[in-house]
Design a protein around this ligand. Sequence first.
Ligand SMILES: NC(=O)c1ccc[n+]([C@@H]2O[C@H](COP(=O)([O-])OP(=O)(O)OC[C@H]3O[C@@H](n4cnc5c(N)ncnc54)[C@H](OP(=O)(O)O)[C@@H]3O)[C@@H](O)[C@H]2O)c1
Length: 272
Amino acid sequence: MRISVLGCGWLGFPLAQHLLKNDFVVKGSTTSKDKLPQISQAGIDSYLIELPKSLTDPNVDSFWNTDILFFNIPPGRGNKNVLTEYPEMVQGVVNRVKQNPDIWIIFASSTSVYSETGGITSEDDAKPGTASRPSGEAILASEAILRESGIDYTILRFGGLYGYGRHPVNHLSGKQNLKSPCKPVNLVHQSDCVRVVDEIIRQKRRNKIYNVVSDGHPPRKEFYRSAAKHFNLPLPEFGPPEDIQFRVVSNQKQKNDLNFSFSYPNPMDHTP
Ligand SMILES: NC(=O)c1ccc[n+]([C@@H]2O[C@H](COP(=O)([O-])OP(=O)(O)OC[C@H]3O[C@@H](n4cnc5c(N)ncnc54)[C@H](OP(=O)(O)O)[C@@H]3O)[C@@H](O)[C@H]2O)c1
């Protein structure tokens, strides 16, 4: 089985390494020439790909010639044109690979497709126009392109990614008067993301949408202050609580369908 990991970044590279150990033929892309040797040295066929321009590059044809494409490019939160550019990028990829018989696209989506205030939120609750930010709307529009493409797809809506040196407390440590102290966090550890993708492939879960979020949803204030103490960082300070029904993204469908339990079920545990 061949898998092409479009975007060997923080999640894509460890995923590519994991799949290589499990006997996949793995191809991986980066936009950075400097990263090519690191990817090749790990045993992954490395490709220099920057979308949308590389879609017509004949030198990377063999990247697209694959059984599974793991689409793993973030929309770029600060991009003013994200609502048009990101779905166009996804459409470009769909057009590029759709001649391949039986290709399967696994799409790294995000829980930002959901409203921030929907309470317990499951896979059916994503509605255009209600996402928490423009990048979430762009991702939801891209999911629709995939679902309507006629290609097999699986959409994985990841919560905030953390683990192995990436922790959201690094953005908030030492800040004052932060909002929403009671807002529940929706996070997932890198290692569990890799395990979920592995199970999706192993169990052939095509044409499905899953939330991928760990079990624990501690309130922001409790979580960030505890993490700051754990990592010996300046404590973040929070303002008063608001009276809002915040989102808690449910992982029930993913856990039931895949018979999955998380290695890092609670972000409060402050594991690596
Ligand atoms: N970060 C989060 O908390 C979070 C939450 C939910 C979902 N997600 C989703 O999870 C996925 C992985 O996130 P991540 O944090 O691992 O991302 P990341 O570390 O930023 O890696 C992104 C990868 O995409 C490549 N890339 C960026 N722009 C590209 C372009 N125009 N053309 C081709 N390749 C491009 C990057 O190339 P280089 O190797 O050159 O950098 C990198 O390999 C993304 O799809 C993201 O939307 C992330």
